[in-house]
Design a binder for this molecule. Structure first.
Ligand code: OGA
Ligand code: MN
Length: 297
């Protein structure tokens, strides 16, 4: 098979065909995907017939994997690991541990709803993430697209005065900041302690391309050392700019799509679907950015 790359948006995102992840891939294909990612930041690999174990193994070619945190279910118990055995798989579905659609009042629904805010995965961890890989196992007939925004292009398009103003700024990110904005997931004291905030520069250099990218969005609450409202206003203004339509690619899912995005230079968000009546079952793996701690202030 020959590998072919087709750009999906004027600025970023590409579809990659000619790779079959149900078999072991060679170094050339492994490298080709890394090159596409450095250039396009979002890669769509259609028609992949992979299970959890294959997804975990493929992701592992690109670095250490995050493990999914426990999320409380309807009866207050942490439910990770019950429906999906692999601890490296994030359950991005509207299903409970028995494979039934989550009840309307289930806390996991509230937690997932936070994904509808623009964000970048794991910015709330001091060791943040490089790539996320999301595989479509079951998709609803309508809705549930995923939107992506190009934060390298957004940075490039900022006025020079704004770029100068951002130089050296550090933002605080917390999962509980984003969860407080949408869905109303109420963390326990123990959960809060287990997932403390993290600090990251607002502008970070993307290693694979050498380009600067904005590193912001729903987990980012304020600018360290600034009055909270001023920092919040700046972050809000940057986010509004970075998610203007010219920077956004919307992905309409097909069964078997594996979409890879670079969390260092894109933002993404889920969009609504009829989640009380239709199943959407996507599985995510995420690569830890082992370089972030060194870059943090
Ligand atoms: C994620 C995520 C968006 C979606 O898995 O990290 O934000 O559309 N998913 O499910
Ligand atoms: Mn996400």
């Amino acid at each position: 098979m020959t590998i072919a790359v087709k750009q999906l948006h004027p600025l970023f995102a590409a579809e990659v065909t000619g790779i079959d992840l149900s078999r072991a891939i060679d170094r050339e294909a492994q490298r080709a995907i890394a090159d596409v990612m450095d250039r396009y930041a979002v890669a769509v690999l259609p028609g992949q017939r992979i299970d959890d174990a294959l997804q975990v193994a493929f992701t592992g070619l690109y670095g250490p994997l995050e493990t999914a945190p426990p999320v409380r279910g309807k009866h207050g118990t942490a439910t990770t690991g019950l429906r999906i055995r692999h601890k490296e798989i994030f359950d991005v579905s509207n299903l409970d541990e028995n494979g039934n659609i989550l009840d309307i009042d289930d806390q996991r629904r509230a937690y997932q709803q936070g994904n509808q805010l623009w964000h970048t995965d794991s910015s709330f961890r001091q060791k943040s993430a490089t790539w996320s890989l999301l595989h479509a196992r079951v998709i609803p007939p309508d809705g549930g697209d995923t939107d992506f925004a190009d934060t390298r292009a957004a940075y490039d398009a900022l006025p020079d005065a704004t770029k100068a103003r951002l130089d050296g700024l550090v933002a605080e990110h917390s999962i509980w900041h984003s969860r407080a904005q949408l869905g109303g997931y109420a963390p326990t004291e123990e959960e809060r302690k287990a997932r403390p905030p993290a600090h990251h520069p607002v502008v970070r250099r993307h290693p694979g391309s050498g380009r600067n990218a904005l590193y912001i969005a729903s987990h980012a609450s304020h600018i360290v050392g600034w009055p909270e409202d001023e920092g919040r206003a700046l972050l809000r203004e940057l986010l509004a700019f970075a998610t203007e339509p010219q920077f956004v690619y919307s992905h309409r899912w097909r069964l078997g799509d594996l979409v890879i995005w670079d969390n260092r230079c894109t933002l993404h968000r889920a969009t609504p679907f009829a989640s009380a009546t239709h199943v959407r079952d996507l599985r995510r793996t995420t690569v830890i950015d082992t370089r972030t701690e060194a870059m943090a202030n």
